[in-house]
Design a protein around this ligand. Structure first.
Ligand code: OGA
Ligand code: MN
Length: 303
């Protein structure tokens, strides 16, 4: 386009109102200028889920792009041998270090199956994450979608009596708990360092964005119990709220193509992966995770 410089060509195409948007005409392998960074940051804060398509980025380029939004969390599994071996990459794939599809019963597959429950990344950490960036390299012909849930809209739609009742509750989150739901034995499989990172933490049930002022429900598979409540009552309330939040009208389904990169706001968006024929088709994705306000990358790396 004559007369327009490169910056002005970045295109925002909303997919679902105030929830999901696409950003087109941008190459994430390049160093972003301040203008483009501002556009992406605004889209991220306004929508919560930002989709980029047809990207071709290396691990280093994904890390460099992600770093523009804050310090990066090292992966909980950084001390293990994985197909994608970089401390800042969470290897979300069914392919092992030898390049072949891993056995369904393997430790890694069992661990990753936890991603199929609604959750917010790193809600089990003292300072939970701000954003996740998931990049697809290989995708199955069907299944393996990722679903996103707008926890702000879920909060907004609760009756005010319920909002008042739950607004100040505190919830314990635990990685060992959530992995256990899908049959993973954290006590047996976690190393010492992983156990330290997985020790339970407390989070508010309702979070408020300082930027938009919007409130959102904050719970998912890592939420093990509500403090000050009997176990059964706590479980029932957590399940009821999660069922409410995961209704169709709050959910967006993304069917992946190689080259897609999705960035989402873990402070107000839940997500889960859908099953696929994982013994038949390769699904290779890598995730970077941006720490939340006050996150200390050096301290996290030292564990
Ligand atoms: C993740 C995750 C779900 C998926 O990368 O954090 O939960 O669809 N992924 O793979
Ligand atoms: Mn996740």
């Amino acid at each position: 386009m004559v007369g327009l410089d490169e910056d002005e060509m970045v295109k925002i195409t909303p997919v679902q109102k105030n929830f999901v948007t696409m950003i087109e005409d941008i190459d994430l392998s390049c160093t972003l200028n301040r203008h483009d960074l501002e556009i992406i940051t605004n889209a991220f804060e306004t929508f919560g889920v930002v989709i980029f398509q047809s990207q071709s980025i290396s691990i280093e380029q994904q890390i460099a792009f992600s770093r523009r939004f804050g310090p990066l969390e090292p992966s909980v599994r950084r001390h293990r041998k994985r197909a994608i071996n970089n401390v800042y990459i969470s290897d979300i794939s069914n392919v092992g270090p030898d390049g072949t599809i891993m056995d369904e019963a393997s430790e890694a597959m069992s661990y990753n199956r936890g991603n199929q429950l609604w959750h917010s990344d790193s809600s089990f950490k003292k300072i939970p994450s701000k954003a996740s960036l998931l990049y697809a390299l290989e995708t199955p012909p069907s299944g393996g979608e990722t679903e996103f849930c707008d926890m702000r809209a879920a909060w907004d739609s609760l009756e005010s009596q319920i909002q008042i009742k739950i607004e100040n509750l505190t919830v314990e989150h635990s990685l060992a708990y959530s992995r256990g739901i899908m049959g993973y034995n954290a006590e047996k499989h976690f190393s010492k360092a992983e156990k330290i990172e997985a020790s339970p933490v407390l989070q508010p049930l309702v979070r408020e964005s300082d930027i938009s002022g919007r409130k959102s429900l904050y719970l998912g598979s890592h939420a093990s119990q509500i403090m000050g409540m009997k176990e059964k009552e706590s479980r029932t309330l957590l399940d009821t709220l999660l069922t409410h939040a995961s209704q169709k009208q709050f959910v967006h389904v993304h069917a992946w193509s190689p080259g897609d990169l999705i960035m989402w706001d873990n402070r107000c968006i839940n997500h889960r992966g859908r099953p696929w024929s994982s013994q038949k088709y390769r699904r290779v994705m890598r995730r970077t995770t941006v720490g939340g306000e006050g996150f200390d990358e050096e301290a996290a790396l030292a564990i």
